[in-house]
Design a protein around this ligand. Structure first.
Ligand code: AMP
Ligand code: MG
Length: 345
């Protein structure tokens, strides 16, 4: 297992780069799914946090084996083997696929877990080197995408309706894994903790001093800096899409790692999106979706999810934050940061 122990202070700095964290009294961090994971507890009970780390770490490793796009033995790889035959999957994978399809439908297709052929074509998922494809290649890959052509049956089977389709859980799997890890801790009676996987966070109870958990929202233009601090209450999750580190620079142009399924190209014009939601799955899926929706269509997507709030940061300096009403009372912007409210339809 690829596990790196990181001391509390160092881990907090790392988290600031990934998603932002402050006010973490007791924390364990390690590497999994190609990113940092951590559990934090408001109380300083070391035995408890050690136990929480081993529980969540075992769960994340188990889910990585099921959901990895790279591991040829994973269930997702079996599904992606190229045929249009039904594939029997475990209940956890069926849940991942059903939740993905539900976010795809709810976001009007801005989130589309079948963008795999486009992600591979552009080389933005680390599967091969980035390149700008020909028009005809983009068109060819787009024909093999479309969440409506992914069917999950009640018998536990999943099927693509076209050959050559591929399921890419990269925009939602970490969020669902966080929910599953956090549920295990809550089920074991733990209170006042936070689980993080690559910037997808779920908080339970209270943070230090009995207050809300505090999460720094990363400044997409300045590494290691935040645009403000967000308070996260009991049972709330937060996720960020489009961290500065994940853009790709090529010939002086910056490409996002998120594809607009409607154009088959990396999204232009957004720098970062942070979402709060009742589940980390929804926060993760919708941060990716809103990155695609952009300022123009964000209201449309958000109107379908009344208990979800968002911060959108367009790709133009200095940073201007567009936030939903629910963010305003619990967000403390850094000095000089402009905040505007998004009007929902
Ligand atoms: P996130 O960092 O959660 O926004 O997820 C980004 C990852 O999701 C990418 O690396 C791709 O694997 C995948 N992805 C890219 N574009 C989309 C999209 N429009 N819908 C769903 N997943 C996507
Ligand atoms: Mg996401």
């Amino acid at each position: 297992m690829n596990r790196t122990k990181v001391l509390g202070t160092a881990a907090c700095l790392v988290l600031l780069a990934a998603a932002g964290c402050r006010n973490v009294p007791e924390e364990r961090a390690w590497m999994v799914m190609g990113t940092f994971a951590s559990v934090s507890a408001a109380s300083g009970d070391r035995a408890r946090i050690d136990e929480a780390e081993s529980t969540v770490s075992a769960e994340f490793t188990r889910l990585e084996r099921l959901w990895s796009y790279f591991d040829r033995k994973s269930e997702i790889s079996r599904l992606n083997s190229g045929t249009a035959e039904p594939v029997m999957v475990s209940p956890d994978t069926l849940r991942l696929i059903r939740e993905s399809v539900s976010v795809a439908r709810g976001s009007g297709g801005c989130f589309d877990p079948t963008v795999g052929p486009l992600v591979d074509l552009w080389g933005i998922g680390g599967r091969r080197e980035f390149r700008v494809p020909e028009e005809s290649e983009i068109y060819g890959a787009m024909k093999r995408c479309g969440w409506e052509k992914l069917a999950a049956g009640d018998d536990g089977t999943v099927r693509f309706m076209l050959e050559g389709m591929r399921f890419d859980a990269g925009g939602i799997a970490k969020g669902l894994a966080v929910d599953m890890g956090a549920d295990l801790l809550a089920g074991a009676g733990m209170t006042d903790f936070m689980v993080n996987l690559g910037g997808n966070l779920k908080c339970y109870g209270r943070g230090r001093n009995g207050r809300d958990w505090k999460v720094g929202v990363q400044n997409p233009f300045e590494r290691g800096k935040v645009v403000g601090i967000l308070g996260i209450g009991n049972g709330m999750a937060v996720a960020t899409s489009g961290n500065y580190e994940r853009f790709i620079e090529k010939d002086g142009h910056r490409y996002a790692h998120i594809i607009d399924p409607a154009s088959g190209r990396p999204v232009e014009g957004m720098a970062g999106v942070t979402v709060t939601a009742p589940s980390a799955m929804l926060a993760d899926g919708l941060s990716t979706a809103l990155f695609v929706a952009g300022l123009k269509r964000a209201g449309e997507v958000l109107a379908a999810y009344p208990d979800v709030d968002a911060i959108l940061i367009p790709d133009s300096k200095p940073a201007v934050l567009y936030v939903t009403e629910g963010i305003i009372g619990r967000f403390r912007p850094e000095e000089g940061v402009t905040v505007r409210q998004i009007q929902l339809p």
